[in-house]
Design a protein around this ligand. Structure first.
Ligand SMILES: *[C@@H]1O[C@H](CO)[C@@H](O)[C@H](O)[C@H]1NC(C)=O
Ligand SMILES: *[C@@H]1O[C@H](CO)[C@@H](O)[C@H](O)[C@H]1NC(C)=O
Ligand SMILES: *[C@@H]1O[C@H](CO)[C@@H](O)[C@H](O)[C@H]1NC(C)=O
Ligand SMILES: *[C@@H]1O[C@H](CO)[C@@H](O)[C@H](O)[C@H]1NC(C)=O
Ligand SMILES: *[C@@H]1O[C@H](CO)[C@@H](O)[C@H](O)[C@H]1NC(C)=O
Length: 388
């Protein structure tokens, strides 16, 4: 038996906890048992690599020590999310070798867009695995994983999710950047790109609704980053790079990203209204990335426009023809030209398109506590409605 004062202290503690919970939503962690992710290269953990050829070294050098399907020197924001929730890094759904889906799956592939593109990866570099395809993959994943879990058993019970997990999981989305860039890269004007944002929102809404109908309840939706601050965007459309803001970013590109985000925030609010059984969190990664780029030196980073793993030197050290890990022919032999800088931990841009692990960690630290979210819930509490 505990002495009576211990019991009294326990009562006080319980009352305190209750008081704290009332004043900050319910305050309890959600204990998400799984994460299912949809998106593009910002969160691809091996989908495009498994399908269209592996991301070459020096990708992966900082954390994994080898390429692991990520376009980064190390971990992505989705990896820090998994760590924070206490689940293993997500296996890519398309990666059939060595994968373990017991606590989630990743449907993202590099180059993916919300809309289907009328082109091929070989022509334009954009992925055929658009968001609608990712949602078909997810639908099959539920059906087939449950069939195999129940009928085959054995090892499959170790590497496939339990049925309950689909309604308890966190569903994360990070997509839209490629819908914007593909317009600009095919020489559209800002007005032409902005004109199809409503179409993007309709399609995104219908995919998220579909996941809801399939049982998903908790949604964590990233907005799109300041693409006008990224070397590849600047190099691809020098005309749009001409007018820069105080951080050296293209005003034209970022205006479109900001409009996309404004509409996305409204779209997420609409989903919250039409699906009161779900919890929808809009996460402003744009502000986290823009803060990093505009305050890079104050935050201990080098020039944010300078690509770490690139080629060609100059303002961006970015060459569209020779990417990170790319080789060039010198006197009949192929030699590595897209080399890493010495200290990726000091750089913002890894390969001119994607952020370094250090930058991703900064972004994650900005969003994990909820201060950039609507409603302002921490990641671990993204199953709470945020309403009092
Ligand atoms: C692809 O072509 C179809 C039919 O012409 C069109 O409706 C659609 O908007 C096009 N998609 C894109 C992304 O341009
Ligand atoms: C999943 O299973 C349900 C019920 O058997 C079926 O209606 C649906 O078409 C299946 N979906 C896929 C993608 O196989
Ligand atoms: C798969 O992951 C789960 C935990 O997420 C672990 O318990 C299990 O042992 C793993 N199985 C294999 C075969 O990797
Ligand atoms: C876009 O414009 C540039 C410069 O005028 C041209 O070289 C390029 O081929 C155009 N691209 C497309 C996809 O039309
Ligand atoms: C290529 O070969 C030429 C002729 O042998 C030589 O002068 C040059 O230095 C070589 N270039 C490199 C980069 O090795």
């Amino acid at each position: 038996m505990a002495p009576p004062y211990a019991a009294a202290a326990a009562v006080v503690a319980v009352v305190l906890v209750l008081v704290l919970q009332v004043s900050a939503g319910s305050g309890a962690d959600c204990r998400f048992p799984a994460v299912f992710n949809f998106g593009d290269s910002n969160s691809d953990t091996g989908g495009l690599s498994a399908t269209f050829g592996a991301a070459p070294p020096p990708n992966g050098r900082t954390f994994f020590g080898m390429p692991v399907g990520r376009y980064c020197d190390g971990r992505l924001v989705i990896d820090f999310i998994a760590e924070n929730l206490g689940i293993p890094y997500l296996s890519a759904y398309l990666n059939s070798i060595g994968s373990n889906f017991s606590q989630g799956a990743n449907f993202a592939t590099a180059g993916s867009s919300i809309r289907r593109q009328n082109t091929s990866l070989f022509l334009s570099g954009f992925s055929p695995i658009s968001l609608d395809v990712q949602s078909w993959e997810f639908e099959q994943f539920i059906n087939r994983s449950q069939f195999v879990y129940n009928n085959k058993g054995g090892i499959y019970r170790e590497i496939l999710p339990k049925a309950d997990y689909f309604s308890q999981a966190l569903y994360t989305f990070d997509i839209g950047q490629n819908d914007i860039t593909i317009g600009f890269f095919t020489n559209m004007t800002s007005e032409q790109v902005m004109a199809y944002i409503p179409d993007l929102m309709e399609r995104l809404t219908s995919i998220i609704q579909n996941v809801y109908w399939l049982g998903g309840r908790y949604f964590w939706i990233h907005n799109t980053g300041p693409v006008g601050c990224l070397p590849y965007a600047m190099v691809h459309r020098p005309d749009l790079a001409a007018v820069k803001d105080g951080a050296g970013c293209s005003v034209a590109y970022n205006k479109v990203a900001q409009l996309f985000n404004q509409r996305l925030k409204e779209t997420v609010a609409g989903l919250r209204k039409s699906h009161p059984g779900g919890v929808f969190t809009y996460v402003d990664v744009y502000s986290a990335k823009y803060k990093l780029i505009s305050e890079a030196s104050k935050l201990g980073f080098d020039d944010p426009m300078l690509t770490c793993c690139g080629h060609g030197g100059g303002r961006f050290n970015f060459d569209e023809r020779v990417g990170c890990g790319g080789k060039v022919e010198v006197n009949g032999t192929w030699v590595l030209a897209g080399k890493s800088c010495d200290d990726p931990a000091k750089r913002v841009s890894w390969d001119g398109v994607h952020f370094t692990e250090a930058a991703n960690k900064f972004v994650f630290d900005q969003i994990v506590g909820g201060k950039l979210s609507d409603p302002p819930l921490p990641l671990r509490q993204a199953c709470q409605s945020g309403r009092q």
